[in-house]
Design a protein around this ligand. Structure first.
Ligand SMILES: [Zn+2]
Ligand SMILES: [Zn+2]
Length: 227
């Protein structure tokens, strides 16, 4: 009886559970989890968003890779609370993480820059039907709103792809080859948004399509970077 009452009271004051540790919290992240965010801070490689010893454009991790995008930024390492945030949205559909945590972090990563369009990595309709939403689109819309740039859905997924989690770098490239297309023309500097940068295969494929459709520059922005 008393426990029920106390729980009801706790629900009132702390209506949600922290995405990082599942404890009751007044926001989507409790203070310790917010402080434990695995932030990526300079110096980083401007080409692939890997933390480096010095500010560089091209590092050991990306030197032997061709990228169609002109640069990459990521806010967090894909681990700990960073990984929990991605999972909360992608697998549990917990939307408040986008506006409360993800978009502010991602907007800071491109502060002071101007983009002509913010474009999400698209989801093929079969997976979109299954999941009900495209997490990259939610992130791109929120980031576009924060930085005052137009959102664009001109990039489309023209065929389905396998889940990349278990695939090697080479398999990922094959998996996404020809999977995207542009509906209409693009121009200027494009900010291409996804949740996680791993090998860069998907972002690379998308950037190539955007450039063929007229984009002058494509800059990748993800919440997390697998390192
Ligand atoms: Zn927490
Ligand atoms: Zn690099």
């Amino acid at each position: 009886m008393l426990t029920g009452y106390l729980n009801a009271l706790a629900d009132l004051f702390y209506p949600q559970r922290c995405v990082g540790c599942s404890q009751r919290a007044s926001d989507v992240l409790c203070r310790p989890c917010f402080e434990a965010l695995p932030r990526i801070t300079p110096p980083v490689c401007g080409r692939c968003a890997t933390p480096t010893a010095f500010e560089v454009y091209g590092c050991d991790a990306c030197r032997n890779t061709d990228f169609a995008f002109d640069g990459a930024r990521a806010s967090l390492r894909y681990e700990g609370v960073g990984e929990e945030l991605v999972h909360a949205l992608k697998y549990r559909g917990y939307g408040p993480v986008v506006e409360r945590v993800m978009a502010p972090l991602m907007a800071v990563a491109v502060a002071g820059e101007r983009f002509d369009a913010v474009v999400p990595v698209p989801l093929h309709r079969t997976r979109l039907l299954k999941r009900g939403f495209n997490q990259a689109e939610l992130m791109a819309r929120a980031v576009a709103g924060r930085i005052g740039a137009p959102f664009s859905d001109k990039l489309r997924a023209v065929r389905g792809t396998r889940d990349q989690v278990e695939l090697t770098a080479g398999e990922r490239e094959e998996n996404v080859a020809g999977a995207f297309g542009a509906r209409g023309r693009l121009a200027g500097r494009i900010l291409l948004v996804d949740d996680v940068l791993t090998t860069g295969a998907t972002l690379n494929e998308c950037a190539g399509v955007l450039k063929q459709a007229g984009a002058a520059e494509v800059h990748a922005l993800t919440l997390c970077r697998a390192i």
